[in-house]
Design a protein around this ligand. Structure first.
Ligand code: BLA
Length: 316
């Protein structure tokens, strides 16, 4: 039986902050994703031995920017963490970005922590999740092991940060029953909720990490390796942020950043190609279809019910 994990509370200060307090932040640019990153690093350091990874040193000098935008990258590793990395884009009046992820070592079947926030003056696009390493629909045991005790946490935020509408259908297989996929307009209240959700989700991930035991069999480690490699292959090829990174730092630098920093491991954890994993993207001439989605967008409503059962498009 999986141990019952604590499900953190939305902080009291947040509850005191009235829901009606949704005044837009004209000075919203004062807010920063840096505090999210600081929180995560401090919290991780309290729980494990975090060491700086040399990965990022290869990039610092190779990123020409427009003179205003700052692109901050950080990367670390720990006894159970293969790669904990962060990309933060700020200093530009038109957007802010946080792409924060933690990838476990293949000896552990832990989910992948994933926080992707894209903010402009008019909107925020948010994906926050403990992305499952293995398929939560066909592998019920995996879902039970990691998500059953987290469902109350997911439900709380599903109310505060409601489902963001139709998405690339293919993305759904990388999301968990507690995924937060939402869009909202900038307001102090919304940022407080998002910060609170980030803290709670990250602490939940660290709790799982604390408890995780090393796999006993080499076969299982291989399966974990392949599952993580498939995930990296998906994101390195189809992440919606690529176009913006291309614009910011040029195509060659963006490609390098994506393959050797954001989704580092793609050349080490396996040898299959994107098309081996996702053959439906193969064009007649053998190249990868540039479309993000073959099936198209769907899932207008949250495709999991309150008990964490997958209901797909049959939302009632
Ligand atoms: C939009 N980002 C999105 C969307 C999703 C994600 C689901 C909605 C559009 C869609 O349906 O595809 C995020 N998709 C994910 C994640 C996974 C996935 C995390 O499959 C994981 C498995 N986003 C970033 C970065 C930038 C960024 C670094 O992470 C920019 C530098 C931008 N995301 C971005 C933009 C959009 C977006 C501009 C809107 C564009 C669009 O809808 O195509």
């Amino acid at each position: 039986k999986p141990p019952l994990l604590h499900t953190s509370r939305v902080s009291i200060s947040l509850l005191r902050c009235s829901r009606r307090n949704t005044r837009p932040l004209t000075e919203a640019w004062g807010f920063s994703y840096q505090k999210f990153v600081h929180f995560a690093l401090d919290e991780t350091k309290r729980r494990t031995h975090l060491v700086s990874s040399p990965l990022k040193d290869n990039f610092i000098s190779s990123i020409p920017m427009d003179g205003k935008t700052q692109l901050q990258i950080l990367s670390f590793e720990a006894p159970k963490i293969r790669l904990l990395r962060s990309l933060c884009v700020e200093g530009n009046e038109t957007m802010k970005v946080l792409d924060f992820a933690a990838f476990p070592k293949p000896e552990f079947d832990l989910p992948i922590f994933c926080a992707n926030f894209f903010t402009t003056a008019s909107t925020n696009i948010v994906v926050l999740d403990l992305n499952p390493l293995h398929d939560v629909i066909s592998r019920r045991d995996y879902k039970e092991k990691y998500y059953r005790s987290l469902l109350p946490l997911g439900l709380k935020y599903a109310e505060l940060l409601p489902w963001g509408g139709k998405i690339t259908s293919e993305s759904l297989r990388f999301f968990s029953p507690i995924v937060i996929w939402t869009r909202f307009s900038p307001s102090e209240f919304n940022y407080e909720v998002l910060y609170s959700a980030f803290k709670d989700y990250f602490k939940a991930w660290l709790d799982l990490m604390d408890l995780a035991g090393e796999e006993a069999s080499d076969d299982q480690i291989l399966l974990n390796c392949e599952a993580q490699h498939r995930y990296l292959a998906w994101r390195a090829e189809k992440d919606p942020g690529h176009r913006i990174l291309n614009k910011l730092i040029g195509e060659a630098n963006a490609k390098d950043l994506v393959r050797n920093f954001l989704f580092d491991g793609i050349d080490e954890l396996g040898s299959k190609t994107f098309l081996d994993y996702f053959p439906e993207y193969k064009c007649e001439d053998g190249t990868v279809n540039e479309k993000r989605s073959i099936i198209g967008k769907s899932f207008e409503h949250r495709p999991w019910d309150a008990a964490g059962e997958f209901v797909g498009n049959n939302f009632r």
